[in-house]
Write a protein that binds this ligand. Structure first.
Ligand code: SF4
Ligand code: ZN
Length: 353
């Protein structure tokens, strides 16, 4: 006997991962999109007239985000100007292929597209960086550069906000990792749906409560065009363990993901949670939480042939730097040292908060 849809009594074709409800395709689309719409409304993410840059990698999350945002913008008349914004890290055989997908999405969704590359912004591709530093700290460089590249791209297209495709699983994983590392400060702010509110370019995560399995299901049933290959330089074993642990928990109890996010949120409602103060980097002029931004510290190390300088292993490197007659001013030196510690503590790839 066919299973009936819990919402319309038609024929169910799937079991919803988040709730276990049997649903037909149309009712699944409806609840999936409506939940994201309510997340946007509840958190007051947008104001009519804003230009919103969608961080688009060609992967499932950002592809679904772009598709659903466009759909909701039209359906509920948000009044937003949407732009796809992609970062080309310069990873042969990975990013070049995923950008081809984004270019197809641009046509399919009829949205403008801006691509910024590490090569043009920093003079380095990730292929070249990996040749220099190997496969251990590559994601630290890539995550820091990507974060700033998105900011720089958003400034170029005059965006008011950036939205990213971080989903509920990503956020729950980050909560778990911060618990495992005992990083209370990050733990208390990693569940925020918007960061950088106090600065000129806030970042939002409209898929914050959307399960990864449902994103895959939605993309599958909607036949969306996305790229699913893993980065060839992806070594992040620690996040991998947190991810595997989370999937085991989800298999036992599907609400685990949302429960973990709520646990993180309950810590963040205390009034004394400090978000990093935003300022402008003295060297490059872009958003930073220190006098010299992480991107500039890392880039300086790379350009001086001392790539470890920026990742907290720099005492000897710093001595070499001074011996080589290269100078850091007192302020730069202090900032660099603070930044180095910060970078060391944040090896979380692109899921950095
Ligand atoms: Fe960059 Fe992600 Fe690849 Fe690491 S795994 S090198 S952060 S694209
Ligand atoms: Zn800078």
């Amino acid at each position: 006997m066919p299973v009936c849809c819990a919402a319309c009594s038609g024929k169910a074709v799937l079991k919803r991962p988040k709730t276990g409800d049997a649903l037909c395709r149309e009712c699944f689309f409806h609840v999936f999109e409506t939940e994201i719409h309510h997340t946007i409304l509840d958190a007051n993410l947008f104001t009519a007239g804003e230009t919103v840059a969608i961080g688009a990698s060609g992967g499932k999350d950002s592809t679904v985000l772009a598709y659903v945002l466009k759909l909701l913008n039209d359906k509920y008349d948000y009044g937003l100007k949407l732009i796809l914004l992609s970062v080309d890290e310069g990873i042969t055989g990975y990013r070049d292929d995923s950008l081809t997908t984004v270019k197809r999405n641009q046509k399919q969704y009829d949205l403008p597209l801006k691509i910024v590359s590490y090569e043009e912004l920093y003079g380095w591709t990730m292929d070249a960086i990996v040749k220099e530093i190997g496969l251990k700290n590559n994601c630290t460089f890539c995550g820091v550069f990507r974060r700033q590249a998105l900011d720089r791209g958003a400034v170029l297209v005059e965006a008011d906000k950036i939205v990213t495709g971080h989903n509920a699983d990503d956020i729950a994983e980050t909560v778990l990792m911060n618990v495992l590392r005992g990083d209370i400060a990050r733990l208390r702010r990693c569940t925020s749906i918007t960061t950088g509110n106090e600065g000129y370019l806030p970042r939002c995560k409209p898929l914050k409560y959307t399960y990864e399995k449902e994103i895959v299901m939605y993309a599958y049933f909607k036949k969306l065009d996305y790229f699913s290959t893993e980065c060839i330089y992806s070594p992040n074993a620690y996040r991998g363990y947190a991810r595997a642990f989370l999937k085991d928990l989800e298999a036992i109890r599907s609400s685990s993901i949302i429960d973990i996010i709520h646990s993180g949120e309950s810590l963040s409602i205390k009034k004394d949670v400090k978000m990093p103060t935003q300022m402008t980097c003295l060297q490059c002029g872009y958003i930073s939480s220190n006098k010299v931004c992480k991107a500039c510290v890392l880039l300086e190390g790379l350009n001086k042939g001392l790539p470890k300088l920026g990742i907290g292993k720099g005492l000897k490197a710093r001595q070499k730097l001074v011996a080589a007659g290269m100078t850091l001013t007192n302020t730069e030196s202090q900032s660099t040292s603070t930044e180095s510690t910060a970078v060391l503590n944040t090896d979380k790839q692109s899921l950095e908060f």
